[in-house]
Design a protein. Structure first.
Length: 335
């Protein structure tokens, strides 16, 4: 994927900046012809790719880096770009981390979109330490079993044993990244398109091209018998903020490719808040009593893509491609 320019609001929204009053924000938010806040456009989470999902312990409850720490993160990002662009010999390349982004066998550098950095210390903002809450006993037992092609840090998961397609994530099977994983920052295709009509909002994700059609007309959830990968989503407007409440999930999607999963009891509340014409704040509250001992919250900014006639790029997914390319480097099944 080509690296693309991102407009950043001039008042420093990336780093906390000045807070708009409700009335000033409301007057600045454009309206659709039928009167709803207009959030339409293509938005990207690319700037948050270098932000850890969970906060490293040295930052404690701080949500933002100091100037010194930010400079260090910029330098680290620069070194990663140099590594991405480095030449390598296929016959002698280190395959211990085969297929992982940043390894010698990484996707080609022109695919990658990770040159930007953020001051945020983690995507998780609640609990205050930025760490996902403890799991239930049953969830810990399931999490102990290796799952997915890649581990939590992108390392090739040589300990996993795959005996069928069900042992791989729906992402690797080109089916879905699920919710809220579909909007997470990723190394390419980290873009989201919002389209609105009277009583509806449609959200399309560039990675795998999932589309959610969300009613905002006040209807209730469809009921417990209706379940899907993205759940049953209903929306409403809280001032200029789009609030989307989703229940009714099937327990097959993961939060990531490392096998961090949810159950059919997952409940997600998302908030899309316009901060400027060029910037939304995305927030998701996760509740799953079968997996986590308490609810938790994650948040990060989305920036409007400002290229002329910008559109989502095609995503041609080949199921099991990573297993086909790199499976020979893993331990054989014991079955």
């Amino acid at each position: 994927m080509t690296r693309r320019f991102i407009a950043v609001a001039v008042f420093g929204v990336l780093f906390g900046g000045a807070v708009l009053t409700v009335e000033a924000q409301r007057s600045a938010t454009p309206r659709t012809p039928w009167g709803d806040p207009d959030l339409q456009g293509v938005w990207t989470s690319e700037a948050e790719l270098n932000t850890p999902f969970e906060r490293p312990s040295q930052f404690g409850e701080r949500q933002f880096l100091t100037d010194v720490e930010f400079t260090q993160r910029q330098a680290q990002a620069g070194r990663q770009i140099d590594s991405d662009n480095a030449e390598f010999d296929v016959s002698t390349a280190d395959t211990r981390n085969a297929g992982a982004v940043g390894s010698a066998t990484s996707p080609p550098p022109h695919w990658l979109e990770r040159g930007k950095v953020s001051r945020r210390t983690s995507l998780v903002i609640d609990p205050p330490d930025g760490r996902v809450p403890a799991m239930t006993a049953d969830a810990r037992s399931r999490a102990a079993r290796p799952q997915g092609t890649f581990g939590a840090n992108g390392a090739f998961n040589t300990g996993a044993i795959f005996n069928g397609p069900e042992d791989l994530s729906l992402w690797e099977r080109c089916i879905s990244r699920g919710l809220p994983g579909a909007i997470f920052p990723t190394v390419y295709n980290a873009n989201t398109r919002i389209v609105q009509g009277p009583g509806f909002v449609a959200i399309t994700y560039e990675m795998i091209h999932d589309t959610r059609v969300i009613p905002t007309d006040g209807r209730a959830h469809a009921g417990a018998s209706v379940r899907s990968y993205f759940g049953d989503s209903v929306g409403r407007w809280d001032g200029d903020t789009l609030v989307v409440d989703s229940t009714g999930f099937v327990p097959y999607t993961w939060f990531d490719r490392a096998g961090n999963y949810h159950s059919d009891a997952l409940h997600v509340v998302e908030r899309y808040t316009p901060v400027s014409p060029y910037h939304l704040m995305y927030e998701a509250t996760i509740e799953d009593p079968k997996v986590f001992t308490r609810p938790w919250k994650m948040s990060f900014p989305l920036y409007r893509r400002m290229e002329k006639n910008v559109q989502l790029l095609d995503f041609n997914c080949v199921e099991f491609v990573e297993e086909m390319l790199y499976g020979r480097f893993r331990k054989p099944s014991t079955k």
